[in-house]
Design a protein around this ligand. Structure first.
Ligand code: HEC
Length: 159
């Protein structure tokens, strides 16, 4: 993709640099519209991002209950990044407005991770999970019910 893009821009420059008045303007506007196209080439969907969040939510649990605090901290960081992706790529969806309702629970589970306290972690995890569901209810996706995982679906990962 990048290789062809370079070629395309080179052809554009050659075709526009023949000294004609306005050639530069044409070039700039073409590059501009190309830039816009690239921006929209890959735009992850709301559900796709949520599926990613679900994976990290699961691993967060197994990280925490197994005292793997580095992993737990990594997973909460990944969840945060995906929430930011929602803001960036799905700002036009009305559901995105409710995103900030989960921030306090993310912050409080971070504190439990930092203090390496399994019992506190478990409580905060349940609260976070309830908040996932609260948002699903608010956005009329109440049929998507998130729970505390009872088994590790990732048999290829040790905690
Ligand atoms: C801002 C509100 C909001 C929050 C907070 C939220 N969700 Fe969602 N979630 C949604 C919406 C809206 C959908 C439906 C997305 C769609 O249109 O595909 C969804 C869908 C999902 C899906 C279904 C994805 C699929 O395609 O099968 C899962 C799984 C999910 N969420 C997990 C979670 C988890 C885990 C959390 C908490 C860590 C969470 N969600 C927090 C709004 C939210």
């Amino acid at each position: 993709m990048i290789k062809y893009l370079g070629l395309f821009i080179a052809v554009l420059i050659l075709s526009c640099s023949d000294g004609r008045v306005g050639g530069r303007k044409v070039l700039i506007s073409k590059i501009d519209s190309l830039g816009k196209k690239i921006k929209n080439v890959y735009k992850p969907g709301f559900g796709e991002i949520m599926s990613g969040i679900q994976r990290h939510h699961t691993k967060l649990w197994f990280g925490g209950i197994n005292n793997n605090w580095k992993l737990a901290s990594f997973e909460i960081h990944e969840i945060n990044e995906l929430l930011e992706d929602l803001e960036e790529y799905q700002s036009s969806r009305k559901e995105t407005r409710f995103l900030n309702m989960i921030s306090p629970d993310i912050d409080s589970i971070k504190t439990a991770i930092e203090s390496k306290n399994v019992n506190d972690f478990k409580q905060k995890y349940i609260r976070l999970t309830n908040m996932c569901n609260d948002c699903h209810i608010k956005t009329e996706y109440e049929f998507i019910k998130i729970a505390v995982p009872d088994k590790n679906p990732f048999s290829d990962q040790k905690y």
